[in-house]
Design a protein around this ligand. Structure first.
Ligand code: FAD
Ligand code: NAP
Length: 553
């Protein structure tokens, strides 16, 4: 259960509607069903789901309209339209904006992105050999062409512009800024040379400017260890073991191709603290690894599965079939291999000569009251330890969201224990009254969230889309119901309604260079041209400076 689920004393909620829309959403190739198709699934009698656009009951405004058209503010100004600031241009931000623009016909969205380039983890997380997953960008691109959508790239909210500076100019702020840190193991040695977080490594091969200086030491030895058994861990294994020729035509960076082609890594062990039935990766990703040419899988211990795997729940059964079938070749007669190790919790990492040389794990066993074949089975430590020699390790135990500077001033205490902005599950930001992890409902007017910062760092793009749609629906429902939004005082909106036009002067006076969608398209075109020369889809610019310099060329 979502940690905040039990708490909602929903003052304006129609939970059943939200749930139904979320589950009814159809996803094809990362694209939502056309708006018409979605509408046909919705209940025409109910405000939160009606196919008619929402209009808000008339409100009085205290300042005259002053919206103008310019490179960033292409919207037709309507003082009575909903003006929303979206923070973050990943799937959560884009899908919420997509839904809102379709639902509220005079809503205007300003999307703030800290990088010059959009799409969040679709660009900097999804593995380069999964181009189909990135097709959701076509939908985002469609949205960006709307005159009611403004992209404001290269502006980091909380740094380049304070939340308190945004607030006076909007009716609502949607927080969809994802999870930009990683979880740590909390064991001695995890920051030693030779130990990398999967987030850094993924960012590095995908061209995230922050990690272009990473230098993962793939020549240090033949063995690598990945700690954690989620899909990110399997992405890391695939990138380490896939023949470089297969990757060359993807949008992986040239630097990564060069480093991977010099890699000495021959064997990767993926270590989990629980058993195979509790692993977090999915069947498709496991199967993909079984099909890499010349890469063998070390057979797993059959006793970790029940005698009849047919009786397992479908997901565990399918994963079990793939793992137990393994690969035709064994590690002994293959140039490269990978293995899954279970029931081992990392204890410490050692580097007697200054560089990682081994990792010690505490062996685990299933708790006496746990069913080892149950997906949520608990484990407990034993007295035994095991040490693995390796000069290269990746921590892949999940991402982590952090508080945006200035959240508290808006009355929003970030829940650092859960790594989320406290919310009512549907997307309304609420104030916990009894401290982090112990929430009670109380909507902070006009503030909403979506995506990983709303529900924690799990879920694929399709689930993020459904989540974003439910946030958009709740904003639309609140707007239609006439509940207070940001800057509403006794039923009077004191918002300037200016959006970005009210903010940009302050941002630019700090020397920040905001980018419009047209600017991004110039960068996009230049990246594609660089890629074409090398026979690949695109060659990303490795630094923000190089991205910006394209605009001056
Ligand atoms: C390595 C990896 C691989 C994945 N592969 C797949 C896959 O193959 N298939 C799949 O379906 N799902 C995949 N996922 C999951 C998918 O990427 C997520 O579900 C989705 O991206 C979450 O969306 P989000 O918008 O919440 O966050 P994000 O995608 O992280 O977007 C957040 C955005 O906010 C911006 N931002 C952050 N702080 C600020 C700020 N202060 N001001 C302005 N902007 C800010 C960030 O730059 C970013 O653009 C993968 C995830 C990871 C980590
Ligand atoms: N191809 C794709 O579709 C794709 C690709 C990449 C990512 N994604 C999605 O992105 C999301 C994030 O993926 P993720 O792999 O980062 O996270 P994840 O799915 O949450 O997996 C994290 C793994 O780390 C383990 N772990 C956590 N803390 C640990 C600790 N202290 N010591 C040892 N192990 C620990 C977890 O084990 P426990 O279960 O025991 O806690 C789990 O195996 C997921 O929803 C994933 O499906 C999808």
């Amino acid at each position: 259960m979502h940690p905040t689920q039990r708490l909602l004393e929903a003052p304006y909620t129609c939970a059943s509607c939200v749930r139904r829309i979320a589950t009814a959403s159809i996803v094809r190739n990362g694209r939502p069903a056309p708006v018409q198709a979605l509408r046909s699934l919705e209940n025409p009698r109910h405000d939160s789901t009606t196919s008619r656009p929402f209009t808000r009951p008339p409100r009085r405004f205290t300042t005259p309209a002053r919206l103008t058209r310019n490179a960033y503010s292409t919207a037709a100004a309507s003082r009575k339209g909903l003006r929303v600031a979206v923070i973050g241009s990943g799937p959560a931000g884009f899908y919420t904006a997509y839904r809102l623009i379709n639902k509220i016909h005079d809503a205007v969205i300003d999307m703030y992105e800290q990088l010059p380039v959009p799409y969040g983890l679709v660009r900097f997380g999804v593995a380069p050999d999964h181009p189909d997953v990135k097709k959701c960008q076509d939908t985002f691109e469609e949205l960006a062409l709307s005159p009611r959508f403004n992209y404001i790239g290269n502006v980091r909210v909380g740094h380049d512009v304070a939340l308190s500076q945004l607030k006076p100019h909007y009716d609502a702020i949607l927080f969809s800024y994802g999870a930009s840190e990683d979880r740590k193991l909390g064991i001695p040695g995890e920051d030693l040379p030779g130990v990398f977080s999967a987030r850094e490594f993924v960012g590095w091969y995908n061209g995230l400017p922050q990690f272009q200086g990473l230098q993962p030491q793939l020549q240090a030895g033949e063995q690598a260890v990945v700690i954690g058994q989620g899909n990110v861990a399997l992405d890391v294994v695939r990138m380490l073991l896939t023949p470089v020729d297969t990757l060359k035509s993807t949008d992986i960076t040239e630097q990564a191709i060069q480093t991977l082609s010099e890699s000495k890594v021959r064997s990767v062990r993926v270590v989990g603290r629980r058993g195979p039935l509790q692993a977090a990766f999915t069947v498709k990703e496991a199967r993909e690894l079984m099909h890499i040419p010349s890469v063998a899988f070390e057979p797993i211990d059959r006793t970790l599965y029940p005698p009849e795997i047919k009786k397992l729940p479908r997901i565990q059964k399918r994963i079990g079939e793939v793992l137990l079938k393994g690969t035709p070749d064994t590690p002994q007669d293959s140039p490269k291999s990978w293995a899954l190790d279970f029931l081992k919790a990392p204890k410490s990492m050692a580097a007697p000569s200054g560089h990682l040389s081994s990792i010690t794990f505490t062996k685990q066993q299933f708790a006496p009251d746990a069913d080892p074949f149950d997906h949520s089975a608990r484990v407990v430590p034993t007295d035994e330890e095991v040490t693995m020699d390796t000069s290269l390790a990746f921590r892949s135990v999940g991402y982590k969201s952090t508080a945006l500077p200035g959240l508290m001033e808006l009355g929003v205490p970030f829940d650092s224990k859960l790594g989320i902005i406290p919310n009512d599950v549907h997307g309304r930001i609420i104030t916990p009254s009894s401290g982090p992890g112990n929430l009670t409902a109380g909507h902070v007017h006009g503030l909403y969230c979506a995506g990983w910062v709303k529900r924690g760092p799990t879920g694929v793009i399709a689930s993020t889309m459904n989540d974003a749609f439910s946030s958009a629906d709740i904003i639309a429902q609140d707007w239609a119901a006439g509940v207070p939004f940001l800057n509403d005082v006794h039923g009077v909106s004191e918002s300037t309604g200016l959006g970005w036009d009210g903010v940009k002067e302050g941002v630019m006076s700090k020397g920040v260079r905001p980018l419009s969608w047209a600017d991004w398209k110039i960068i996009d075109k230049a990246e594609r041209a660089r890629g074409k020369e090398k026979g690949k889809e695109r060659e990303k610019f490795p630094s923000v400076e190089e991205m910006l310099s394209v605009l001056d060329a």
